[in-house]
Ligand binder design. Structure first.
Ligand SMILES: [Zn+2]
Length: 119
């Protein structure tokens, strides 16, 4: 199963999220952009599942679940979903944030390292 490896957002833009999601075969990862624009949830992503089935995929579903947790005060279920097939490239303007829905102290993006802060 794919899983979210890291989450990023643009500065001062709560309505756009970028997610690094492992591919189903765990041999690579996808960067997915997801943003709320008016009454649309726009997902920027491309992968073989999208290409051949011309509809959603597990990556887009994971991105949506995380996005709903990110924008927990907004109900996304009545929004229109639009998938734009394009590759997303990491930008230096993005800042990494804890994966939505994951307690920060148990983030999975640190390779399971323990954080010890001595006073
Ligand atoms: Zn996909």
């Amino acid at each position: 199963m794919p899983r979210i490896l890291a989450a990023f957002k643009k500065k001062e833009d709560e309505r756009t999220l970028f997610l690094s999601i492992s591919s189903s075969s765990h041999t690579g990862e996808y960067l997915i952009g997801i943003s709320l624009f008016k009454d649309k949830v726009i997902i920027a992503h491309d992968c073989p599942q999208i290409k051949f089935r011309k509809r959603s995929c597990k990556h887009a579903y994971l991105a949506y679940k995380a996005f709903q947790k990110h924008l927990w005060w907004i109900d996304l279920s009545d929004k229109n979903f639009v998938i734009k097939r394009k590759d997303v490239v990491l930008s230096p303007e993005w800042i990494q944030i804890p994966i939505p829905g994951t307690p920060p102290d148990f983030g999975e993006n640190e390779g399971g390292k323990e954080h010890v802060h001595s006073a």
